[in-house]
Design a protein around this ligand. Sequence first.
Ligand code: IPM
Ligand code: MN
Length: 363
Amino acid sequence: MHKPTRFKNMKLKIAVLPGDGIGPEICQQGVNVVKAIASRFGHEISFEYAICGADAIDKVGNPFPEETFQTCMRADAVLFAAIGDPRYDNDPTAKVRPEQGLLAMRKQLGLFANIRPIETFPALIHKSPLKDDIVRGADFICIRELTGGMYFGEKHEDNERAYDTNVYTRPEIERILKVGYDYALRRRRHLTVVDKANILASSRLWRKVAQQMAKDYPDVNTDFMYVDNASMRMIQEPRFFDVIVTENTFGDILTDEASCITGSMGLLPSASTGEHTPVFEPIHGSWPQAKGQNIANPLAQILSVAMLFEYFGLNDEGLLIRQAVNASLEANVRTPEIQVPGGAHYGTREVGEWIVDYINKAV
Ligand code: IPM
Ligand code: MN
């Protein structure tokens, strides 16, 4: 059982952005976990809620309103849930889209580094589409550049011709590689730079910069992989990877693939950090079909709370949350999509309550 080594009285202001779909339900469980940890460890944590996504389009016509931005700027951390609404998915003519809120948040908060840890959970290995002996023990981190590339480069769109520009500058590449090296130094010292340098000029600049930087990190084994090869390697030999660093679009695609091979998409958190307030959020989306049904898995959101505490050096707090999550899985306190055959029914709320209870009782 976990024994806290110290009680620090930390004051934290958290901006809470529940967003769309299952966002509000899972976010509520995340907030409950923050509160349980706060009282368990003696921290003073305040919350300020703000709107975003389709919810904010409905209310004020803007998926990331200025007021939400200001709330984020005032906070020490943002707990974010999900954005997205099917009303916009099949309507390419929509003028405002919920996803623009997410991009605005990333850009305005300068969140250039998206950290997505890919972990396997022994209790869920059977859910992986890969064979047990290939996926067991896979444990790597994808570091995705989040404020550059095609997502933000110059665009053009008319009925006959359209393009997106994949621009990167040397400082943008250097700062994200630095994040990659910092992680690699704390882990197994293996950094894989994923690009498409055989085709793309932007990738060749990435590779040039990375080759130069690698000299400053002689203790890290730096290798390079084309993105098509990396996507294959990820399913053939996921344990090969330790830290992956890559550009925005490749990172988007590879992290979806990575989250799925562990069989635990509903369990993977992420952190986006950069120039201003960091944001902690689940990797999965807003799952609109499940909205309000109390069936969505709150664990990715709860683990993003663990990442939040760890960001502030509160590792005991993070560890206790991780232990609670593992204990819930072991006890088969699981939402339907990962429940074992014959296992009891637990909803979003019930899983959250079980975890809060575990935290309250931990000695
Ligand atoms: C993600 C999502 C977003 C992205 C969408 C919702 C804009 O897929 O965070 O990976 O493409 O970055
Ligand atoms: Mn994505």
